[in-house]
Design a binder for this molecule. Structure first.
Ligand code: AQP
Length: 351
């Protein structure tokens, strides 16, 4: 047998990605990231991480954080991630993430971090009061990926800049320590430059209330997003109330220009049905939103309903979730520790 799935994990390209336990996972997280996580399992060795150290860069209620960590894990499993064949764990259990992040903080330049737009958005006007962790977040994200020397990172469009930074940090480490890396027989580049996988028709799902804003867990309006745990009635209500414009749907893609809400709903339909946007417009172009929204409700409920049911069932067994996370952390650490030991040797830290 020569198909990728039958290859030993060690020779399948390695994938890493993370999701923050900062609230209810929504359709944007699902279409932008989690569906890709699922499809990559076939031909890759995958590590999927609940990035709890990222979550605490902004204040969290400890009780809510604990349950969010379990909820994100439940969503991974409910969506079809196989925690036996791949690795599912929470970041804080593998201390090598934080350990490597410190070294990378010393490699990354202030000027690079100053350019990160997500920090500017999340810190808002009260920048002086943002945590140092929120500022250094992208260096921790680089460590998450590089500690496994991952080849590919499936993410939504919003993480593109952070991925570019991770590549810059990896490159600078390789350059700064080139002599030591070579002397230790680690080849020319110790860290491979990770490739972002930003693909599919829904890499940036927008708010249902405002087609110019990203669908987000932290949006104060619950009607702005479809949560993976929403029941059928809630999904239906949110779609029916989604903002639209007065015109009929266009028949051609070009007709979606300047119509962010229409574009978003068509994109969501396309992503859930696996069709191209043009195909969706071929079916619904010229019609009113009410008919299209009815079809979108049916599709969304059919696709998301079973996942929500499974998440609720898994929530009832936190012991199972905790065992999955502990087992995943042990297997993740077995990969991360040798990288960290090599980094210490390369940098000149005694161990
Ligand atoms: N709206 C989105 N469309 C497509 N992809 C998205 N992702 C997030 N929002 C969208 C992708 O989901 C993965 C996990 O994201 P995260 O939860 O770790 O952080 P985030 O990007 O900050 O997500 P939120 O919902 O906006 O959270 P808050 O409100 O807490 O900041 C990532 O791959 C992300 O690209």
């Amino acid at each position: 047998m020569t198909d990728a799935a039958s290859q030993p994990a060690a020779i399948r390209p390695r994938v890493f990605s993370g999701v923050q336990p900062t609230g209810n996972l929504h359709l944007g997280n699902y279409l932008g990231a989690i569906t890709r996580f699922v499809s990559l399992q076939e031909a890759h060795e995958c590590l999927y991480c609940v990035v709890d150290l990222h979550a605490i860069t902004v204040p969290q209620n400890p009780e809510d954080l604990r349950s969010s960590i379990r909820d994100v894990t439940a969503a991974f499993l409910a969506a079809g991630i196989d925690a036996k064949r791949h690795i599912v764990f929470n970041q804080s259990r593998v201390a090598e993430h934080a350990e490597l992040a410190w070294v990378l903080n010393c490699v990354a330049r202030l000027g690079w971090l100053n350019r990160m737009t997500q920090f500017k958005e999340k810190a808002g006007k009260d920048r002086e009061n943002a945590s140092v962790g929120l500022y250094a977040y992208p260096a921790l994200m680089a460590a998450d990926i590089l500690v496994y020397r991952a080849a590919f990172v499936p993410v939504g469009e919003d993480q593109k800049q952070h991925l570019e930074l991770a590549r810059d940090i990896a490159q600078k480490f390789n350059n700064d320590f080139a002599a030591e890396i070579e002397a230790r027989g680690q080849g020319e580049a110790f860290f491979p430059l990770p490739e972002p996988l930003i693909q599919g028709p829904a890499t940036r799902v927008m708010s249902l209330r405002d087609g110019t804003k990203k669908m987000s867990k932290s949006d104060p309006s619950d009607n702005s997003r479809i949560n993976l745990v929403d029941d059928a009635e809630t999904i239906a209500q949110k779609i029916r109330r989604a903002k639209t414009d007065p015109d009929a749907l266009p028949s051609e893609i070009e007709g979606l220009a300047g119509r962010p809400e229409a574009d978003n709903l068509v994109g969501i339909y396309a992503a859930l049905s696996g069709e191209a946007k043009q195909e969706v417009l071929r079916q619904f172009g010229g019609g009113q939103f009410s008919g299209f929204k009815g079809a979108l409700v049916d599709l969304a409920v059919a696709k998301l309903g079973p996942i929500g049911t499974e998440i609720r069932a898994l929530r009832a067994d936190p012991g199972h979730i905790d065992r999955v996370l502990a087992d995943g952390a042990e297997r993740a650490r077995a990969i991360a520790r040798p990288t960290m030991d090599a980094v210490k040797d390369i940098v000149g830290l005694l161990r």
